[in-house]
Design a protein around this ligand. Structure first.
Ligand SMILES: Cc1ncc(COP(=O)(O)O)c(C=O)c1O
Length: 370
């Protein structure tokens, strides 16, 4: 199959560029004590996860949801999966407990209620669930306050049957996208010192803390070089997006949303079929790949309206590629990735964990049961 034969809109991966990203990151973590735990949520694609693990320097995989972890485990990638998120909500802790029977699973906890639910599910399933305390390091999202509150929760975990304390995590998501490296480094240091000082407190109190996990693509070489951080949860680096490209990191834009020009009503403008149902916009408009002076004016459901230089000879039926501003939600809109080398399609990979995989599985059975 050739690239121009791909039905659009579609996600296209530049295989060579992706592989270079994977190898650069693996080479970086091959030196130094800190390792990589690639975040699966960025691509949700088992084939890419397999390539990341094969490149080495990894402790395991990071997932954002139990649904992702279930897909990863079903694909046989059962070695070491961290769900770097709280798993509260109907049925989730029980699904984690079930998964423990077939995979090495760790989950984040930041509340007594979360701990109680996991301990209950572990007891019901007769398994032990490994737990990291999720510490708030400055991102206004999840995470218990560092220091005393995190210590108190860690003591409870250590004293609770059915759960095993494995350490701490904290995600400095409020700094990973800061463009200036000096400011990003300074603010990451402040954030992660909250995690590291809490880790020291745990150890001084005789509590186990072998894992101290955090970091993202924007801080891979900042957090990843702080003494005491044992692993970094970077995900976006593998395919990248234009928001991260602004930071000047050594990773290449390796995926695009391929569309077909539907109309060129004016010399300075065209409309293509890669609108916002194919390409996320939460970090701003995508960029146009490979056409000097072209830019996206706006996206609508099924259309991208694109400003073109009048001398550009693109016409109805031609292909046009957009570079998304945010990888994760763009990936989540599609069912598969086309891996290309030049003009050849060399792989078609299911984005097996897109959306909510558990809904796809449940929909038939639950609709029948109601
Ligand atoms: C918990 C957690 N860890 C790590 C990451 C790192 O991802 P990225 O590589 O996109 O910076 C994220 C991204 O949102 C995250 O939520």
């Amino acid at each position: 199959m050739k690239k121009h034969e791909i039905p659009t809109p579609a996600l296209v991966v530049d295989l060579a560029a992706m592989q270079r990203n994977i190898e650069r990151m693996a080479a970086y973590y091959a030196t130094g004590p800190c390792k990589l735990r690639p975040h699966f949520k960025a691509h949700k694609t088992p084939e890419i996860a397999r390539r990341q693990l094969a490149a080495g320097s990894c402790t395991g995989l990071t997932c954002a949801t139990i649904g992702e972890a279930e897909v990863v485990a079903r694909e046989g990638l059962t070695g070491d999966i961290l769900i770097a998120n709280e798993v509260l909500g109907a049925g989730k802790a029980d699904r984690v407990a079930r998964l423990c029977a077939v995979a090495d699973i760790k989950v984040a906890v930041d509340s007594d209620a979360g701990l109680d639910d996991i301990a209950r599910a572990a007891a019901a399933a007769g398994v032990e669930i490994s737990v990291l305390i999720d510490v708030g390091v400055g991102l206004p999202r999840c995470g218990i306050a560092p220091g005393g509150p995190a210590m108190a929760l860690a003591r409870r975990v250590a004293a609770t049957a059915g759960v095993r304390l494995c350490g701490l995590m904290g995600y400095e998501g409020h700094v990973v996208g800061i463009e200036g490296r000096d400011e990003r480094a300074a603010r990451a240091a402040t954030a992660m010192e909250r995690l590291l000082s809490t880790a020291r407190m745990l150890r001084e109190a005789g509590l186990p803390c072998p894992i101290v996990s955090g970091g993202g693509t924007g801080t891979y070489d900042i957090t990843g070089r702080m003494e005491g951080i044992t692993e970094v949860q970077a995900g976006s680096y593998v395919l990248m997006d234009t928001a991260y490209a602004r930071l000047g990191l050594p990773f290449e834009l390796a995926f695009s949303v391929l569309g077909t020009v539907l109309s060129r009503p004016r010399p300075e403008q065209c409309a293509a079929d890669n609108g916002h149902k194919a390409c996320s916009q939460d970090h701003g408009n995508p960029s146009v790949k490979g056409i000097e002076g072209a830019s996206v004016l706006f996206l609508s459901d099924e259309h991208a309206t694109i400003a073109l230089p009048p001398d550009c000879d693109l016409g109805p039926g031609d292909g046009i590629e957009l570079w998304p501003s945010h990888i994760d939600p763009t990936i989540n809109l599609h069912d598969m990735l086309y891996a290309v080398e030049g003009d050849d399609v060399v792989g078609v990979w299911p984005i097996a964990a897109r959306g909510y995989p558990e809904q796809r599985e449940a929909v038939g059975a639950e609709a029948r049961a109601l």
